[in-house]
Design a protein around this ligand. Structure first.
Ligand code: TRP
Length: 344
C-alpha cells in the first residue's frame, strides 16, 4: 500500500472535501488549459483532497495518432507537475491505468437516457466538427466523465463553463442511481474558481483557445519558446478601435486583457488606465512579455521533467495505485447494488 493510501485513511476523522478534474491529452497544452484549469488546481491542493487525471479514454472519442497520444499523455503529466501539482499531495494518474472508469461507465450508461445525451451541446458541436466520425464514444463521453467523478465520491469538480452541462448530467445520473438503488454516490457540485478564466483563440477571439485547433497561431502553447509566444500575441486578432478597453464587441482585446490580468493580478480598470492613450501595439507587446515571463518557470521545469521518464512512470504507477484502491471500493458497491453475482 502506498503512503498516500495511508493518508487517505488517516484523514477519515476530519475528511477534506474531494476534488476531481481532468484534461485530455489530445495535443500540446495551451495557455487556456493553464490559466483556465491547471493553475487553479495548484491552489486547491492544500485545502482539498485532489485527484487530477489525464483522461486518455476521453481523447480517443476523436481520432488520435497512437504514438502522439502516448507522447501527449506523458507530456500532460509532466506539465501538471511543472505547473505545480505536487504528486506527494495530490493523486495524479492516467485514466486508462484504472480500469474501473470504463467499468463504471457501462453501468452508468445503462442509467442514462438517450435524450439526455442528445441534449449535450458539446456533442452537437463535436459531431459537426468531426462529421466523418460521429462514433458512439463521442455520444457517451459524458457518461465516462460521470464515472470519473462518481468513482471517487467527488464533492467538487473544478471545470470551465463549457463542461458545466456535463457535471450537471453527472449529478442527475448520481441522483437517479441513488433513487433506484439506494444511496451510493456523492452528488458532485461544479466548482468555478474565481480566477478561472476562459481564454479565447488568438485568431478568432469568439472561440475557446483550443489545442486541437489546426492553426498553431491561435493558441499559446505552454511549451513553445518565449519568442514564439510574444510573436503570436503580437499578431492576435483585435478590432479597428484603438483604445485598450474591456467592452462588448472587443473580443480580441478583452481576451488579451484577461491574459494580462491573470499574470499581473491587475483589474480591468487598472489595465485601462495603464494603457490609456497607448495603442494596441504597445499593449500587445506588454501582454506578450508578462505571458512569456509568467510561463518561464513552468517551461523550464517542464523541459527538465519531460526527459525524466523513470520519474514520470513512478508518479503514474503510484497515482494509479491510489486511484484504483479508491475506485475499486465504489465499483464493488455499485456491482453489489445492481445485483451482479459476486464470488468471494
Ligand atoms: N471533459 C473534460 C474536458 O474536456 C475533461 C474531463 C474528463 C473531466 N473527465 C473529467 C473534467 C472529470 C472534470 C472531471 O475538459
Amino acid at each position: 500500500m502506498s503512503e498516500q493510501i495511508v493518508n487517505v485513511q488517516e484523514n477519515k476523522e476530519e475528511p477534506k472535501k474531494r476534488i476531481f478534474s481532468g484534461v485530455q491529452p489530445s495535443g500540446v497544452l495551451t495557455l487556456g488549459n493553464y490559466l483556465g484549469a491547471i493553475k487553479n488546481w495548484v491552489t486547491l491542493q492544500d485545502d482539498y483532497e485532489c485527484l487530477y487525471c489525464v483522461v486518455d479514454l476521453h481523447a480517443i472519442t476523436v481520432r488520435q495518432v497512437p504514438a502522439d497520444l502516448r507522447k501527449h499523455t506523458q507530456e500532460a503529466l509532466a506539465l501538471y507537475i511543472a505547473c505545480g501539482i505536487d504528486p506527494e499531495k495530490s493523486c495524479v494518474f492516467v485514466q486508462s491505468h484504472v480500469p474501473a472508469h470504463a467499468e463504471l461507465s457501462w453501468v452508468l450508461g445503462c442509467n442514462t437516457m438517450f435524450g439526455e445525451l442528445s441534449r449535450m451541446t458539446q456533442f452537437k458541436d463535436k459531431s459537426q466538427k468531426h462529421a466523418d466520425n460521429v462514433n458512439a464514444g463521442l455520444f457517451t463521453y459524458p457518461v465516462l466523465m460521470a464515472a470519473d467523478i462518481l468513482l471517487y465520491g467527488t464533492d467538487l469538480v473544478p471545470v470551465g463553463a463549457d463542461q458545466k452541462q456535463h457535471v450537471e448530467l453527472a449529478r442527475d445520473i448520481a441522483g437517479r442511481f441513488n433513487g433506484v438503488y439506494s444511496d451510493t454516490f456523492t452528488v458532485p457540485e461544479p466548482f468555478f474558481v474565481k480566477t478561472g478564466m476562459k481564454i479565447y483563440s488568438l485568431t478568432d477571439p469568439t472561440k475557446k483557445m483550443s489545442k486541437s485547433d489546426p492553426n498553431p497561431k491561435s493558441y499559446v502553447s505552454i511549451i513553445e519558446t518565449r519568442d514564439e509566444t510574444i510573436k503570436k500575441i503580437k499578431s492576435a486578432v483585435t478590432d479597428s478601435d484603438t483604445a485598450v478597453r474591456y467592452a462588448q464587441g472587443k473580443d480580441g482585446i478583452n481576451n488579451l486583457m484577461s491574459i494580462y490580468s491573470s499574470f499581473t493580478g491587475k483589474g480591468y480598470d487598472e489595465i485601462e488606465r495603464e494603457f490609456d492613450g497607448k495603442g494596441y501595439g504597445e499593449f500587445k507587446a506588454a501582454v506578450g512579455e508578462v505571458c512569456a515571463d509568467g510561463l518561464e518557470s513552468v517551461r523550464n521545469e517542464y523541459a527538465r521533467l519531460v526527459k525524466d521518464k523513470a520519474y514520470l512512470e513512478e508518479v503514474m504507477k503510484k497515482g494509479a495505485d491510489t486511484a484504483s484502491y479508491l475506485a475499486r471500493k465504489t465499483l464493488s458497491k455499485v456491482y453489489r447494488k445492481v445485483g451482479f453475482y459476486s464470488v468471494k
